[in-house]
Write a protein that binds this ligand. Structure first.
Ligand code: F6R
Length: 236
């Protein structure tokens, strides 16, 4: 594991954007696994800057997102599809037809999950997976539980996750309680993994996840078993 500690969110975002930019430059048809939430916003802004400066071309990139709330479609401004369209895809030249987010409105979420995993496999897997980390150690929306789940699947969000995400909604009651998330198989099979986290409140979970025992009760701890993980953490 490559653990990089920096002293500002700006530096974290600059390093993360450089790692993603190298990936896209070296392999223009990369499959990028992408995340939502507040952590990647700076990274996405810096990628857009690089694109505008003519340094990056996303035209052959395919993206697969980690997760989506159950019951929110892409027109809902709290959906992760909407987030990606507005915080990254509209600012770069990726072909929107090559961007994928699990469908949280599918009638059969189990079939949706299977199809998503099959699709990722058909793409040849993920070249670089970007991750954030929840205060409870979740990656994607793989919440702490007694086992690691392999497949893309429906999850019940933990109370702490609902509380943490309430800041994006009008009220806590508006936060969906369920999501569909990529499971550990597609994440762990990614060729490279880049996890970003910032803020003093994430210090404890970063220590547990990367310097503590590997346990499904701290889902991100499974990343210790991956051969190519970079973690960038800024306490500020
Ligand atoms: C989002 C996702 C989540 C977030 C995590 C951290 O697609 O998969 O695991 O990365 O909840 O969220 P922030 O960055 O808002 O602290």
């Amino acid at each position: 594991m490559n653990f990089i500690k920096v002293d500002s969110y700006d530096k974290l975002s600059a390093i993360a954007a450089n790692i993603i930019a190298s990936q896209v430059t070296l392999k223009p048809d990369s499959v990028l696994g992408l995340a939502t939430g507040s952590s990647p916003l700076g990274t996405y802004a810096k990628l857009a800057e690089k694109y505008r400066a003519g340094e990056l071309d996303f035209s052959r990139v395919t993206s697969v997102n980690l997760d989506e709330y159950v019951g929110l479609d892409g027109s809902n401004d709290q959906s992760y599809r909407y987030f990606m369209d507005n915080n990254l895809f509209c600012n770069i030249n990726i072909d929107r037809n090559n961007t994928y987010v699990p469908n949280g409105c599918a009638d059969d979420l189990k079939a949706e999950g299977q199809a998503y995993d099959e699709f990722i496999k058909k793409l040849g897997g993920i070249d670089l997976q970007l991750l954030g980390i929840g205060l409870d150690g979740h990656i994607g929306f793989n919440e702490p539980e007694a086992f690691f789940t392999k497949e893309t699947h429906e999850v019940q969000l933990d109370e702490s996750t609902i509380e943490a995400n309430a800041r994006f909604f009008a009220s806590k009651a508006d936060v969906p309680t369920k999501a569909i998330t990529m499971g550990m198989m597609s994440i762990m099979q990614a060729k490279k993994i880049l996890l970003i986290a910032n803020g003093a409140k994430k210090k404890d979970i970063i220590n547990k996840a990367f310097f503590g025992p590997i346990t499904p009760f701290v889902p991100a701890s499974i990343l210790q078993l991956h051969p190519d993980v970079t973690v960038i953490y800024s306490e500020n």
